[in-house]
Design a protein around this ligand. Structure first.
Ligand code: ADP
Ligand code: MG
Length: 338
């Protein structure tokens, strides 16, 4: 019989995308400047994320994969001023429940020695062994969902589409993370390796966009720089001044009539550099371009930089949906500025 833990874990780790998202965010939280994502057989056999971040402190080895363990929150108050991606302590615990999971990690003073950590389904540390390894962490999930046959079959059936979604997601992280080198590849059953994404560390956002979408894309773009300041709307709960000052930074399609068709899949929205879905904002961009009879769907890379009290990321387990406390006033102001 499956444990309650295995079933509940299905909420954080629901598909290939969520595995990659959680592991990459852990790497970013660890201050990595290089992140390599490797798939074997589209991720069905192996999903591996290697970073050159801080590594894991030996005193945390026993606890990292236990449910609700996190090293990132020291008090409840931290929840509102959160700057790390992670804080729930659910990802590693869930990964242990739904795959054969192990980690190789080293802090700076341990390298070139590292520790290989193997975990039980429950997240309990099963085995610890010294191996060779540089500073950083490599997390490996083998045979995802082998413990959940129905979900495994679903994954196998949709694997190509899933991998496509993963690449779209990684493109979002890669474009905004100017200090981080991303390298993503897949090795198929015939041992043929294909590069899915490759960016350089210390590249500009434009260089990242060129890398991901092709250098030609740059010719159609202009910088996006808006400083929004608005009166809180009647429905907005917050009235503090700083909550209604929002900087928008990024790149959008140059407004040329007849250009830029079919770029709806090239719209990337972020709040404080966190990739997220904000449907009302996407709608605002598309409507403004359409109203001028310009491109139907512009290229958009827009980072909304705002006070962490102006929104809530805790509304969904994947923290992708953002709840803006005063979206009506923001949208109004954004449309006018555009
Ligand atoms: P969360 O990210 O919400 O804290 P996770 O389950 O994703 O929870 O990770 C648990 C803990 O494991 C983290 O708080 C962190 O201490 C450690 N950890 C996980 N991945 C890494 C990594 N790549 N580098 C350094 N520490 C990591
Ligand atoms: Mg995490």
């Amino acid at each position: 019989a499956r444990s309650v833990h295995q079933i509940q874990s299905g909420q954080v780790i629901v598909d290939l995308c969520s595995v990659v998202k959680e592991l990459v965010e852990n790497s970013l939280d660890a201050g990595a400047t290089s992140i390599e994502v490797r798939f074997k057989n589209d991720g069905l056999d192996l999903i591996e994320v290697q970073d050159n971040g801080s590594g894991i402190a030996p005193q945390n080895y026993e606890s990292i994969a236990l449910k609700h363990y996190t090293s990132k929150l020291s008090s409840y108050d931290d929840l509102t001023s959160l700057t790390t991606f992670g804080f729930r302590g659910e990802a590693l615990s869930s990964l242990c429940a739904v795959s054969d999971f192990h980690i190789v990690t080293a802090q700076a003073d341990q390298a070139p020695k590292a520790n290989k950590l193997e975990f039980e389904r429950s997240g309990k540390l099963k085995n610890k062994q010294i191996v060779a390894g540089q500073r950083g962490t490599t997390s490996s999930a083998v045979n995802l969902f082998s413990t959940l046959p129905v979900r495994r079959r679903e994954l196998e059936k949709n694997i190509k589409r899933e991998l496509g979604k993963v690449v779209t997601l990684l493109n979002e992280y890669a474009c905004i993370s100017t200090g981080v080198r991303f390298n993503v590849k897949n090795t198929d059953a015939k041992r043929k390796t294909i590069m899915l994404l490759s960016t350089k560390a210390n590249a500009t956002m434009k260089e990242n966009i060129a890398n991901v979408y092709g250098a030609k894309t740059l010719l159609t773009l202009i910088p996006l720089e808006l400083d929004l300041e608005f009166e809180p709307s009647a429905t907005g709960k917050r009235v503090d001044r700083e909550l209604n000052e929002i900087r928008v930074r990024g790149h959008v399609s140059r407004p040329v009539v007849g250009e830029g068709r079919g770029t709806r899949d090239r719209q990337m929205y972020y709040v404080n550099s966190r990739p997220c879905g904000i449907p009302q904002i996407a709608k605002a961009f598309n409507e403004v371009y359409k109203s001028y009879n310009l491109s139907q769907a512009p290229f958009v890379l827009a980072d909304f930089q705002m006070d962490t009290n102006a929104y809530d990321v805790n509304v969904s387990p994947d923290k992708r949906t953002i709840l803006l406390h005063d979206s009506a006033a923001l949208i109004e102001s954004l449309k006018n500025a555009l």
